[in-house]
Design a protein around this ligand. Sequence first.
Ligand SMILES: Cc1ncc(COP(=O)(O)O)c(C=O)c1O
Length: 425
Amino acid sequence: MSVDTKAIPSQILRRVRETVRANDAWRSHTINLIASENVLSPAARSVLDSDLLHRYAEGHPGGRYYEGTRYVDEIETLTAEAMCRIFKASWSDVRPISGTVANEAVFSRIVPQGAPAIAHTVAGGGHISHARIGSLGKRTKNIHAWPMQDDGYTIDVDVARDLIAKEKPAVVVLGRSLFLFPEPVAELSEVCRENGTRMLYDGAHVLGLIAAGEFQDPLHEGADVLNGSTHKTFFGPQRGVMLSDGGDEAFNKTLDKGVFPGSSSNHHLFSLPALLVSALEVETFGREYAKATIANARALGASLAKRGFVVSMADRGYSASHQVAVDVAPFGGGKDVSARLCSQDIICNMNLLPGEPGKNAFNPRGVRLGVQELTRFGLGPDEMDVVADLMHAAVTAGRDVRPEVQALRDRFPEVKYGFAVTDLG
Ligand SMILES: Cc1ncc(COP(=O)(O)O)c(C=O)c1O
């Protein structure tokens, strides 16, 4: 990035406010289909700006390395308890400041240098933190890819069992960034146990669906630890969380050390109250929201297919999550199409498709679409059909659909499935 060193501070200052306002104004009338994002309720948003923006609280409530933490101790305890309730977990850590930091906390403590591991490749839908060039790769380059069935998406469980028995990995990672259907947690948990392998389920994307009981229940199907982001389908502020069940105290202590001092010091206290409000919203509205989200993803997949797009995993109903993956190679590929859509105020990201060789990550065949944010604004299956129509018009006919995008969004200005500011008393 080039920097204008002659710019005057007062000019830049004005520009700061202008750019923030411009982004707010623009984003409020776009169709956002980025699958890793969501919006906060007014209640959660209202508790973000507080003195906690300035504070530190290393350690745990009741056992801090700093004085002055009596109020944040209460918030953190209530948040950790809410997370345990929601996921029926016996242990949670709400200090990781993101899903990647939560993954780093696990890998840094349970993967000896150079030990074998199994994870999804990026082309298989895996996250960069599971890759050789990411967090796991800092511990080991000996990362095997999950064996896949012919559809390029579904893990071949028999081959995977043999691989675990042969390699005896320190960790296997289930869960992905392109996450359309549940993982074979129950099918693989026994062979992991027999071979001393820990199973990390990375539920960054589907955490809100798991919370609602609408996807799968990794902790009770056999995963040792469930990590997640708290700002995707779990519609809170940008943070991470780690959960376990079964009361393995030594293991929990190991994970605890991975979070602090392993991967963070200050854990961004200001967003903990917003996470607590959001967790209570998930407890209250989560099931209804998750059902609507999954129904919308399927509806969007069907509406796009009806208009001639090739949508991945058609034979399984496109998706059981908040995402769908679409092959846009006939229209120029994921990079070109996502840029064209963005110019029409429809925002998504390019993505490798299931089974696509990962050579062309800079212009893959696909785009990944997530409906969790539109669902939070209250859009339903009828509106998914409109979204598909607008995408079709923008991509295949080059039509300027921005007025229609704005008109659609203007009908749904409010965040649903959440509390109002007045609910806070
Ligand atoms: C599977 C997976 N894990 C982890 C992350 C990272 O989450 P965060 O952005 O909270 O660090 C992502 C990001 O989208 C993801 O897709």
